[in-house]
Design a protein around this ligand. Structure first.
Ligand code: AMP
Length: 198
């Protein structure tokens, strides 16, 4: 299973990515988590990413793409993966297409988790109290939502045109949302089986 999980900050991608990846026994790869680990360890990658992250901006494509290419080349990704928070720009879509084409594989589905913008801000403000993330202050949250709307939201159309996109309501209890995602993936795979039948 090769999946992408997209959606605005606060939609619950990280939580759902972990659960869904476990169900399909594939690694959940969160570019945000990889960056945060590198920032915490002050590696060269972390130092390069930190100013962008703290401001709510995207880390430049060259840096992000190289990191994802390395991660997807690891053995545990050979039979599948769930990418959480990548791709986020048109250039990242191109990079991922190239990585997959070279490997001779394709995506199975792209899940877009949707949520109301006011709900997103309140969830993120709540999370900042729990997790103390440097980019969960209100002005940075607003900037992250703006950047998402301008740069990443439009990418959904690309995957919709490829018939890979399935949109899921991200509001509600974690388990309810997980069930919605699993149901959406089941229906995508049933449709694909039906259309590919002779
Ligand atoms: P996230 O945990 O997915 O909300 O990501 C936290 C931050 O990491 C983002 O606000 C960006 O600064 C950076 N980041 C994560 N993924 C990407 C990506 N695909 N492209 C650029 N920056 C990213």
């Amino acid at each position: 299973m090769r999946l992408l999980l997209m959606g605005p900050p606060g939609a619950g991608k990280g939580t759902q990515a972990t659960v869904i990846a476990e169900r399909f026994a594939v690694p959940a790869i969160s570019t945000g988590d990889i960056f945060r680990t590198n920032v915490a360890q002050q590696t060269a990658l972390g130092v390069a990413a930190q100013t962008y992250m703290d401001a709510g901006e995207y880390v430049p494509d060259e840096i992000t793409n190289a990191m994802v290419a390395d991660r997807l080349a690891e053995h545990d990704c050979a039979d599948g993966f769930l990418l959480d928070g990548y791709p986020r720009t048109p250039q990242q879509v191109v990079e991922l297409d190239e990585i997959l084409a070279i490997a001779g594989v394709g995506l199975d589905a792209v899940v877009l988790l949707e949520a109301d913008p006011d709900e997103l801000v309140s969830r993120l403000v709540g999370r900042s109290a729990e997790q103390g993330r440097a980019d969960d202050t209100e002005p940075v949250i607003r900037r992250r939502l703006e950047v998402y709307a301008a740069e990443t939201g439009p990418l959904a159309d690309i995957y919709a045109e490829r018939d890979l996109l399935t949109t899921v309501d991200g509001l509600g209890q974690v388990d309810e949302v997980t069930e919605r995602i699993l149901a959406a993936l089941t229906s995508v795979s049933a449709q694909r089986t039906a259309t590919s039948a002779p």
